[in-house]
Write a new protein. Structure first.
Length: 206
């Protein structure tokens, strides 16, 4: 688990391409859909577009499964490190809560394991888990998207930012950075509201 946690996203993406695309030829190296599909972009989301209108009439579910096939490696690249990290934090938080006196009291009163978990353990681990999840959401959206979209040639805000930096398009860079800053601010505000809802100790009466 520690090894996965320490792997840089760009190196993980290249490793997955080398193993699953070049060596075993299981998944495509880049792109969003196979070159033999000419999809009409109704929404811009190829999974939806492949099942819409003439796209579905011409290709059926073939284009849809091609889109899924192209999504596999980028999704694994962006999600494996956050999933492992969140799982580790969740495990540590659960073990810490299980050692609390009120958990021992609940067990001595004869409460079932499921009742203890959902009523006492789950509520008390939500704050640290939500906190670390929001941090990884920001990290995946910003750094992860930039690297993953560049490696797998996916169009998106990350690749758009890289292209703007390479072409020295400073107004576009400023807009993208501003957008990322607003996104981080919104995520933090939502996290703060959720923490206050979950944990009464965080509520301050004015």
């Amino acid at each position: 688990m520690l090894v996965v946690y320490c792997i840089p996203i760009f190196w993980l993406g290249l490793l997955l391409i080398n193993i699953f695309s070049l060596k075993f030829n299981l998944f495509p190296v880049s792109g969003r859909v196979g070159y033999d599909f000419d999809l009409t972009p109704y929404t811009g989301f190829y999974l939806i577009d492949s099942l819409t209108g003439d796209n579905y009439k011409n290709y059926g579910f073939t284009a849809f499964f091609s889109c899924l096939n192209h999504m596999f490696l980028p999704i694994i690249t962006m999600s494996i490190v956050p999933i492992v990290s969140i799982a580790k934090i969740t495990k540590v938080s659960i073990l810490e809560v299980l050692r609390k006196d009120y958990i021992l009291t609940a067990k001595s009163l004869g409460m079932s394991e499921s009742s203890i978990f959902f009523k006492h353990v789950l509520r008390n681990i939500l704050v640290p888990v939500l906190t670390i999840s929001s941090l990884y959401l920001i990290n995946v959206t910003v750094a992860g998207a930039i690297l993953t979209e560049t490696i797998f040639s996916w169009p998106g805000i990350g690749r758009f930012l890289v292209t703007s930096v390479l072409s020295r398009d400073y107004p576009v860079i400023q807009i993208v950075v501003l957008f990322i800053g607003v996104f981080i601010l919104i995520v933090n505000l939502i996290l703060e509201m959720l923490v206050k809802i979950i944990d009464p100790k965080q509520r301050v009466k004015v």
